[in-house]
Design a protein around this ligand. Structure first.
Ligand SMILES: NC(=O)c1ccc[n+]([C@@H]2O[C@H](COP(=O)([O-])OP(=O)(O)OC[C@H]3O[C@@H](n4cnc5c(N)ncnc54)[C@H](OP(=O)(O)O)[C@@H]3O)[C@@H](O)[C@H]2O)c1
Length: 350
C-alpha cells in the first residue's frame, strides 16, 4: 500500500439485486479506483438470510456468484462459509471499516436494517445504506448516533437510485439556501400515470402492465400509496433542509384515486397529473397527486425521476435520472464509499 492509499474493509449485508451489483462494480472499477483515488476496497464478509462468507483477505465476488448460480447459498462456500451466522454476529466479530447495508425495506420498524446500522455504529464502523426504512422512521436519531460514535453515515442510493440528488443539493448548491423541494421520486407511480395519460388505460390496467414489466411489486402498496415517495421526502428534508421530520410527519395521498377524467381535464389546461413529493417554504412535507404543466422540467415520463430545488440565489435547479436499478443504485454506494474514503484520508493528513 503506498502513502495516501486508504485500505477499506467492507462487510456487505444483503446479496440481492443491489448487493450483487456492489460486488460487481467494485470488482470492475477496482484498478482504476486504486490508481486514481488511492482507494483500496476489500469485501471481507457478505451476509444474507442463510449465513455468511468471511475472508479477512478479501472475497472474490465471481466465486460467490458461481455458488449462487449453482443454487447453493453463499454461506455453503467450503472454504469461507459460515451457515447460520447472522449479520449482527458478523458486524460484532469481523474487523472492518465500513458496513454496506442493502437488505429489504421495512417501514413498520425498520428491521433488520435498523439493528444492523445501530450495531455498526456502536462497534465503530461507518455505514453506507440504500435502505430507506430506518431513515424514514428515525433519521434524526440515526444521524445523532453516528455522530456520537464518531462514524460516517451515507445513503445516496436511497433517493434517486444512481442520480446524485442528495449530493447535488448538499454539495453543488452549498452556500445557497434551498427554500423548497418538489420531485417525482418514484418510478413505478410515474410509469402508471404516464401510461394512463398517454394510452388512456385505467389505473388497474396500467398497474398490471407495470407488474408484468417488473416495475411494480406484487403488493404495490409501498409505491402506489405514496409511502416510498414519503420516505424519500423525509430523507431530503433531514439531509438537505435540516428538518427533523420522520415518516409520520408526512401528509400523504397515493395515486389510486386518480381517474382518466381528471387526467383529460388536466390535459385540456396543458397540464398532467404526477405524484409529487414536496417540502414547502415552511418545511411541511407532503406527497400527493398534483397537476403540473407539461412544459415543466419536472414533467418526466415513464420510470424516470426528477427533482427541483428552489434556491434563494441560483433559482430553480432540476435534476433528472433513473430512480432505481441494481447497477445504478450500486454506483451510489461506490460514491458514498469514495466520500468516506476522502474524509478518512483528510483526517489522516490533519
Ligand atoms: N433494487 C433497486 O433498484 C433499489 C433502488 C434503490 C434502493 N433499493 C433498496 O436497496 C435495498 C436492497 O434492494 P434489493 O433490490 O437488492 O433487494 P433484494 O434483491 O430483495 O435483496 C435483499 C438481500 O437482503 C438479504 N437479507 C434479507 N434479510 C436479511 C437479514 N436479516 N440478514 C442478512 N441479509 C438479509 C436477502 O437475502 P436472501 O436473498 O437470502 O433472501 C437478499 O440477499 C432495499 O432496501 C431497497 O429498497 C433498491
Amino acid at each position: 500500500m503506498w502513502q495516501g492509499e486508504v485500505g477499506m474493509r467492507i462487510i456487505l449485508i444483503g446479496f440481492g439485486v443491489v448487493g450483487k451489483s456492489v460486488t460487481a462494480i467494485i470488482a470492475r472499477r477496482y484498478s482504476e479506483r486504486v490508481k486514481d483515488y488511492g482507494f483500496n476496497p476489500k469485501i471481507v464478509a457478505i451476509v444474507d438470510v442463510d449465513g455468511a462468507v468471511i475472508n479477512p483477505r478479501g472475497l472474490s465476488a465471481e466465486k460467490l456468484e458461481t455458488l449462487r448460480q449453482k443454487g447453493f447459498p453463499i454461506s455453503k462456500d467450503p472454504e469461507f462459509g459460515h451457515p447460520g451466522m447472522s449479520a449482527l454476529d458478523v458486524i460484532e466479530s469481523v474487523e472492518a471499516e465500513v458496513v454496506v447495508e442493502v437488505t429489504p425495506v421495512n417501514i413498520k420498524n425498520g428491521e433488520p436494517a435498523m439493528s444492523h446500522i445501530t450495531k455498526a455504529f456502536k462497534t465503530g464502523k461507518h455505514v453506507v445504506t440504500t435502505n430507506k426504512g430506518p431513515l424514514a422512521l428515525a433519521l434524526p436519531a440515526l444521524m445523532e448516533l453516528a455522530e456520537y460514535n464518531n462514524v460516517y453515515f451515507r445513503f445516496s442510493g436511497t433517493v434517486g437510485g444512481g442520480t446524485p440528488m442528495l449530493e447535488f443539493a448538499k454539495r453543488c448548491l452549498a452556500g445557497d439556501k434551498i427554500l423548497a423541494i418538489k420531485g417525482i421520486l418514484n418510478g413505478t407511480t410515474n410509469y402508471i400515470l404516464t401510461e394512463m395519460a398517454q394510452k388512456r388505460v385505467t389505473f388497474q390496467e396500467a398497474l398490471s402492465n407495470a407488474q408484468k414489466l417488473g416495475y411494480a411489486e406484487t403488493d404495490p402498496t409501498m409505491d402506489v400509496e405514496g409511502f416510498d415517495t414519503a420516505c424519500k421526502i423525509v430523507i431530503l428534508a433531514n439531509w438537505v433542509m435540516n428538518r427533523k421530520v420522520t415518516l409520520r410527519d408526512v401528509d400523504r395521498t397515493g395515486i389510486r384515486g386518480v381517474t382518466l377524467q381528471e387526467l383529460d381535464e388536466a390535459a385540456k389546461r396543458g397540464n398532467t397529473i404526477k405524484l409529487i413529493g414536496a417540502i414547502d417554504g415552511e418545511g411541511k412535507p407532503t406527497v400527493k397527486p398534483m397537476e403540473i404543466p407539461k412544459t415543466s422540467p419536472l414533467c418526466v415520463s415513464g420510470v424516470l425521476n426528477a427533482v427541483t430545488f428552489h434556491t434563494e440565489f441560483a433559482g430553480e435547479q432540476t435534476l433528472v435520472g433513473k430512480g432505481a436499478g441494481g447497477v445504478e443504485t450500486a454506483s451510489a454506494v461506490l460514491r458514498d464509499l469514495l466520500e468516506i474514503r476522502r474524509r478518512l484520508a483528510s483526517k489522516m493528513l490533519s
